[in-house]
Design a protein around this ligand. Structure first.
Ligand SMILES: C[S@@+](CC[C@H](N)C(=O)[O-])C[C@H]1O[C@@H](n2cnc3c(N)ncnc32)[C@H](O)[C@@H]1O
Length: 267
């Protein structure tokens, strides 16, 4: 059964699996130039990716993991933008099986359906990893960070994009998301064995260039035309609208962090 025929169990599944898989169809219809903007689902601006990429400084044949990769757009952006100094291939993990399969077909990178809490990846085998918009969709942040620590080699670099909330209760809650506070994240990272080396509020970085936004909008319009009456599309739109309001009014902010994994192995 295709993703389009199934009823999603939750708003998260609607957004991250069903609509993600439809996005592949839209890219096929509109052309490959639409793939990366359409497949960046949560990381948004190329400026965010550029800020992370600069400090992560992927080089030579280093190994790179995108954990919770969604449709694979950020990893594809990275591979394209560091091609002059990095000749590796991203490895992607993503628990939503339709999204993972679409990502593999769109970009051809090795992609495994897996949660970040249990990565099918050898200990200390990864030089650089990033996880974008994932620590804010589940409460299992400590387990995810412990697993990222396990797979990164000592001294390995980690990039994070995290939607974080302030201390006040949110006026509305998008289903399935679980935003950490700044204090929570500040405590979690050292507890998990990471030192934060740099961070920025993404609001300080430039917005996406018009060409990027126009391509993403064309894909959205294609989805609306072909799937606009489907419950999954409506659930995903409702989620997006809540997120848009929370970000627009800065109840929730986008924090980018670069961290380094501490040296010694834990028993
Ligand atoms: C906001 S999207 C971001 C996707 C992608 N990183 C990007 O920036 O385009 C959040 C992603 O986290 C994935 N996710 C949810 N729970 C997860 C888990 N336990 N482990 C790994 N990924 C998870 C979702 O399926 C979804 O693809």
């Amino acid at each position: 059964m295709s993703a389009a025929e199934e009823e999603p169990d939750s708003a998260m599944e609607a957004e991250f699996d069903t609509v993600a898989a439809w996005t592949e169809e839209a890219v096929r219809a509109l052309g490959p130039g639409h793939a990366i903007p359409a497949a960046c689902r949560g990381s948004g601006s190329p400026a965010d990716l550029a800020w992370l990429a600069r400090g992560l400084d992927l080089r030579g044949g280093e190994t790179f993991l995108d954990a919770g990769a969604g449709l694979g757009g950020p990893a594809a952006w990275l591979a394209e933008h560091v091609a002059d100094r990095w000749h590796g291939r991203p490895v992607l993990t993503e628990p939503m099986v339709h999204a993972a399969a679409s990502s593999r077909r769109l970009f051809g990178f090795p992609t495994v359906a897996a949660v970040t809490e249990a990565l099918p990846i050898a200990t200390a085998s990864v030089d650089v990893a990033w996880s974008l918009g994932v620590l804010c969709v589940t409460r299992s942040r400590p387990e995810m960070l412990a697993e990222l620590r396990r797979v990164l080699r000592p001294g390995g670099r980690l990039g994070l994009l995290v939607l974080q909330r302030g201390d006040a209760p949110l006026p509305e809650q998008p289903e399935g998301n679980d935003f950490p506070t700044r204090e929570e994240l500040d405590a979690l990272l050292p507890d998990a064995g990471f030192t934060v080396v740099d961070e920025i509020d993404a609001a300080r970085l430039p917005a996406a260039p018009p060409g990027w936004g126009e391509r993403a909008d064309r894909v959205e319009e294609h989805l609306r035309r072909h799937h606009g009456d489907h419950p999954a599309w409506r659930a995903a739109q409702a989620q997006k609208q809540v997120m848009g309001r929370l970000l627009g009014e800065r109840w929730v902010t986008t924090r980018l962090l670069r961290a380094v994994r501490h040296g010694a192995e834990r028993s």
